[in-house]
Design a protein around this ligand. Structure first.
Ligand SMILES: N[C@@H](CCC[C@H](N)C(=O)O)C(=O)O
Length: 286
């Protein structure tokens, strides 16, 4: 079969985008992995599939598959910005504020005049069972009233946050020397995370600037992770290290994260702003 696709990126986190608004979409996990493969396929961190909205309140639905494994996942922050850019630039809508349903939630996204996209990412989830994280018989350390959980065998403490998808965030001295590639896979597959996890390494520069590297579940280290940036900033705010608006420097660019949770309550929504860029279009035989 021949498949038309568009290659996009958000701060270097790259995507193969497939328009399934007119025809139903079905690829096997093996075909997904082929699309994600940088040598034998197109190459990407995630595959994004755009579908028609299923409910009256939704303009579209979109599905996310990790490029390394082909598994379907709940959420993708950088992908949601590329989704907006795609549906506007390909004439699928004339709206600038768009509602889309993912596996995890309904999102509201706004295309700004400067071409960047702001996404209402919804409220973070802290209940360990909903992340999901198995906290049985573990003793957390409280900092500023927020729990840091020990991963005893790895000798690290992580904040456990879901943005619809699971994240384990640790604060490090320097992201340049943090053991992202050696420890990332061990955290990703740690038995305390029954659905595996995205592993974030956060370096605080000052109260409104951080550096972040993320070893993503099902994709390895990516140049940026949008939900990872949200989870890391939320964790940093809860630890008392950060203010409500933070620029997150990733290897691929800057994402701005805003969360009023410290003053407005923990169920405040997280807002993420960043770039979304089309790279090329193509066709592949699968
Ligand atoms: N790159 C994404 C996250 C994609 C999904 C993640 N790997 C997972 O398995 O949860 C982002 O920008 O948020």
């Amino acid at each position: 079969m021949n498949l038309r696709f568009t290659k996009m990126h958000g701060a270097g986190n790259d995507f193969v985008v497939i328009d399934a608004t007119k025809e139903p979409f079905a690829l096997t996990p093996e075909q997904m992995r082929r699309l994600g493969d940088r040598r034998f396929g197109v190459g990407c961190d995630q595959i994004l599939v755009i579908e028609p909205g299923r409910e009256p309140a939704d303009d579209f639905a979109y599905r996310i598959f990790n490029g390394g494994t082909g598994e379907e996942v709940e959420h993708c922050g950088n992908g949601s910005r590329c989704f907006v850019r795609y549906v506007v630039d390909h004439g699928l809508t004339t709206k600038r504020s768009i509602r889309v349903r993912t596996m995890a939630a309904q999102l509201e996204l706004h295309l700004r005049d400067d071409g960047r996209v702001t996404v209402d990412m919804g409220a973070p989830i802290f209940e360990t069972g909903r992340v999901p994280f198995d906290a049985k018989a573990l003793q957390p350390r409280e900092v500023n009233g927020f729990e840091l959980w020990p991963l005893v065998d790895l000798g690290v403490e992580v904040a456990v946050v879901s943005m619809g998808n699971p994240h384990a965030v640790q604060v490090v001295e320097d992201v340049a020397t943090a053991p992202v590639l050696s420890q990332g896979p061990l955290i990703e597959n740690h038995p305390r995370f029954p659905r595996r996890v995205n592993a974030g390494f956060l370096q605080v520069i000052d109260r409104s600037h951080v550096k972040l590297r993320v070893f993503e579940r099902g994709a390895g280290e990516t140049l940026a992770c949008g939900t990872g940036a949200c989870a890391a900033v939320v964790a940093g705010i809860r630890l008392g290290l950060l203010d409500a608006r933070v620029d997150v420097q990733t290897h691929g660019g800057v994402l701005t994260i805003e969360w009023a949770g410290a003053s407005a309550g923990l169920d405040a929504a997280v807002f993420m702003t960043g770039p979304a860029v089309q790279v090329f279009e193509g066709e592949i035989t699968l």
